[in-house]
Design a protein around this ligand. Structure first.
Ligand SMILES: [Mg+2]
Length: 267
């Protein structure tokens, strides 16, 4: 697999790829070591906009891997990048968690319920009927509607819980308006990553994930490489019938590490 060695930056999905719930996959440490040995970079990419990057840094550190805030990128951050790139006005009605509110405020946005020029919906674990009513009110009056990501459910140890996509469905049912959506599988997420990390050559960047319709679809839409790992929800049989095809299919991150280290001499 000569092309795999050309990849310099690996964009990693989290659940099903690097860990499963609270447990790191045993081969993930081998992948991290290979990255260090080969001088390659890895960045975790998550659709979950309810938490700060710091939350994931802490979670992954507890699993024994030291990473920095710069190695985590959320759909909330991608949404901020998108709003700035396309010169959206600063006044935002944000339906999101306190963590997302903080990120928006730190990025220079003014959060207001009264006269917003954009409505942004995140994965809001603090959602109330009042927030929904206000958001729908503004959207009905023509204020642009942006959502951080399309997932209908978020997996938790206790089972799936309603995610941003389900909240979009409610707002769209009420207003008839569909939002602009930013996170995986949409290429805006990669555009933001490319700008932030200076990833100029798309042939040296790969999205690694366990889902065809989010991780692999985004890689294809953004024109970067994609690597499907079979450590999560996708089985090899699922690939045959799929219109989304990965560039590479490997068992897990450990196998990626093994392929990269083949014929590599550190002596
Ligand atoms: Mg996953």
């Amino acid at each position: 697999m000569p092309q795999l060695k050309q990849i310099e930056t690996f964009l990693l999905d989290l659940d099903g790829t690097f860990y499963l719930g609270d447990n790191i996959f045993p081969w993930s440490l081998r992948f991290v070591e290979a990255m260090e040995t080969l001088g390659k970079r890895f960045i975790f990419v998550t659709n979950n906009s309810s938490q700060h990057a710091a939350f994931y840094v802490e979670k992954i550190r507890k699993m024994g891997v030291n990473i920095t805030d710069e190695q985590v990128f959320t759909s909330g951050q991608a949404t901020i990048f998108y709003l700035k790139k396309y010169n959206y006005p600063k006044k935002v009605y944000l339906v999101g968690t306190p963590a997302l509110e903080e990120e928006f405020t730190e990025a220079g946005f003014e959060l207001t319920a009264h006269d917003p020029e954009t409505v942004v919906l995140g994965f809001d674990l603090t959602l109330t009927y009042e927030k929904l009513r206000i958001a729908c009110d503004h959207i009905r009056q023509g204020v642009p509607f942006i959502a951080t990501h399309p997932d209908f459910n978020c997996p938790t140890p206790e089972g799936p819980i309603p995610d941003c996509g389900s909240m979009i469905a409610l707002i769209t049912a009420s207003t008839g308006v569909k939002p602009k959506i930013i996170g995986k599988p949409y290429p805006q997420m990669v555009e933001a990553l490319q700008a932030k990390y200076g990833l100029e050559n798309p042939n040296t960047v790969a999205m690694v994930g366990d889902r065809l319709y989010t991780d692999i679809a985004m890689g294809a839409a953004a024109g970067i490489k994609s690597i499907l790992v079979l450590s999560g929800e996708t089985q090899l049989e699922d690939v045959e019938g799929s219109d989304v095809q990965p560039d590479f299919i490997l068992e897990n991150l450990g196998e990626i590490a093994d392929e990269l280290l083949k014929n590599h001499s550190s002596l």
